[in-house]
Design a protein around this ligand. Structure first.
Ligand SMILES: [Zn+2]
Ligand SMILES: [Zn+2]
Ligand SMILES: [Zn+2]
Length: 85
């Protein structure tokens, strides 16, 4: 795997409420869940969503990045994050 340049997500981390449905949009990157996340950003790559026990879901890669920079909390509701299996 070549090194992937990841855009800074810090600006997005000050997530704003856009009023759109959080069911379809990953609030970490503000991209639709049905699309790939900015970390993948290549068509054909399976970027599966990560489902949390709180009922929110995000791109798996966004969530991994979020957790590496933040606490283990849901970026949406701030509940303690754990993956729904
Ligand atoms: Zn995302
Ligand atoms: Zn991804
Ligand atoms: Zn949540």
């Amino acid at each position: 795997m070549p090194k992937v340049t990841v855009k800074k997500i810090h600006a997005v981390a000050k997530w704003r409420w856009v009023g759109s449905s959080s069911d379809t949009v990953c609030v970490i990157c503000n991209n639709a869940l049905e699309n790939t996340c900015p970390i993948c950003f290549r068509p054909g790559i399976d970027c599966s969503p990560a489902f949390g026990q709180c009922g929110h879901h995000f791109h798996l890669h966004c969530m991994e990045k979020w957790m590496s920079e933040n606490k283990l909390t849901c970026p949406c509701c701030r509940a303690e994050w754990s993956y729904k299996t």
